[in-house]
Design a protein around this ligand. Sequence first.
Ligand SMILES: [Zn+2]
Length: 258
Amino acid sequence: MQRNFLETYHPHTSEENIHEAEIDRMCSSNGQSLPVSYLHLSHHSPVMAIWLADVPKQMLELFDEVAVTVVLQRYPEYWMIHNEVHVRITHLPVSDSLRELRITHINALVKVAGVVTRRGQVYPQMKLVHFNCLKCGAVLGPYVQNDQTEVKIKQCIECQSTGLFAINHEQTVYRNYQTLNLQESPGSVPAGRVPRAKEVVLLADLVDSVRGCRCCWWAGDGRRWGRHPRPRGAASPPRLAPVPQARVRVDHTPPLPL
Ligand SMILES: [Zn+2]
């Protein structure tokens, strides 16, 4: 269904398939982010749009898979540049303020605006983990690292040893990870109140894509709003940055000077 949407959808105003044009634009700039309008999606398939608003994490994972398929169909060699494509949702009609975020927003798709006050360093985050069994030398894995808990293995499947395992850094797949602070813009803070801020996680190609901007899209899983455990040490690959899926997109507002 999503595939059909990406391949054939065109809004009333033009006969051109807008997603083909977006894919061309993305690929010509060697990009990894495919913008998809929430309004177009809800016009094409209201049910899918509701699911996306209610369970964005699972839906976006599916969308990303479909997007890779569609992109590779059009540009079969694109896997040599990127093996992942991320669908970025734009034009979400409802906007929330940072001050209004409550537990009802947890795990839902939300759009908030704010000023970026701090940008963290870029760290690698483990995505698919391989381990070496230090007893028999077998390479175990890949294990998918989820957002919540660190992958641990109890027993080697080759030699049944419960002994020491080391992360195999050559075969483990990492992705980029960065946090930034998003603060209420001064104009929207009620008089006499302190501006509120949230920590936002940027993954993959969104890292360093947000500069001094006024408007961000944040579709997030809110379970860990607040402080995250920091990845340990920038020099050695960190064991884990356990983070929610969070997607930030700059949209329509001209960037402020840095
Ligand atoms: Zn072993």
